[in-house]
Design a protein around this ligand. Structure first.
Ligand SMILES: C[S@@+](CC[C@H](N)C(=O)[O-])C[C@H]1O[C@@H](n2cnc3c(N)ncnc32)[C@H](O)[C@@H]1O
Length: 227
């Protein structure tokens, strides 16, 4: 488990212009965000939702439109991100937890829906294998875990091509190259994506069933896993 303690400060800085930065730096960000709600069964109506690594609350904002009566737990290590959420969701049924994943005591049989959007790629494979069983335990029977993220191991043969395409996408939006320079540094220091097939195997061994990719464009992927 190698998440650097500086991750919270990194995201405090990132919080200033977060959504715009994500749209212009992360291919398919909005599509992957909306997938989290779109791929849920029509008759699914969660009472308790955990937004793991909530950032500025973009996932919760979408889910709130569809499930206005649910109770939301927003967890993030970044105080500034949580502050944005507090302003954004004032008056809603939301509780805020400032914590790294590894310091949080996951309740058991508690949530109907756990969602992680672009947060788990900050955890290395070891931390993912540690957290998946905890997510499984934290869900009620019939609960759902949804995740959107970049899913490719940095050691994969295809990784170099992914990075080249990603660089072209970012430079098309920020032609001076400075944003890509910053992002490449961030990616090196903080991002630990894993291949989908590995994550699928870890999810199944954690007890999840019906693990299914619902949308993908290359390695930008969205999956759903059931308990
Ligand atoms: C790229 S942002 C994604 C935010 C939001 N889910 C979204 O899709 O826009 C990643 C967020 O996850 C949080 N995060 C990443 N790893 C974390 C960890 N181990 N513990 C707590 N928060 C974490 C970061 O602080 C950051 O706010």
């Amino acid at each position: 488990m190698q998440i650097k303690e500086t991750l919270a400060a990194e995201f405090d800085r990132f919080s200033d212009n977060y959504t715009e930065d994500m749209i212009r730096c992360v291919p398919h960000y909005l599509r992957l965000l909306s997938s989290l709600g779109d791929s849920l069964p029509g008759d699914f109506s969660p009472s308790r939702v955990l937004d793991l690594g909530c950032g500025n609350g973009n996932v919760t904002a979408l889910l709130l439109e569809r499930f206005p009566d649910a109770e939301y737990t927003l967890l993030d290590a970044s105080p500034d991100m949580l502050e944005l959420c507090r302003d954004r969701f004032s008056g809603e049924n939301v509780t805020y937890t400032r914590s790294y994943f590894r310091d949080y005591t996951f309740p058991e049989n508690y949530f109907d829906l756990i969602t992680a959007c672009f947060s788990l790629h900050h955890s290395d494979g070891e931390e993912k294998q540690w957290i998946f069983p905890l997510l499984h335990k934290a869900l009620k029977q019939g609960g759902i875990f949804t995740c959107s993220d970049l899913m490719i191991n940095k050691g994969a043969a295809e990784h170099e091509g992914l990075v080249r395409d990603w660089e072209a996408f970012v430079n098309a939006n920020h032609p001076d190259g400075e944003k890509w320079a910053w992002l490449a540094e961030h990616y090196e220091a903080y991002d630990r994506p894993d291949d989908y097939v590995d994550q699928e195997a870890w999810l199944l061994s954690a007890g999840f069933r019906a693990v299914e990719v619902k949308w993908r464009e290359g390695y930008w992927m969205h999956f759903v896993a059931g308990k």
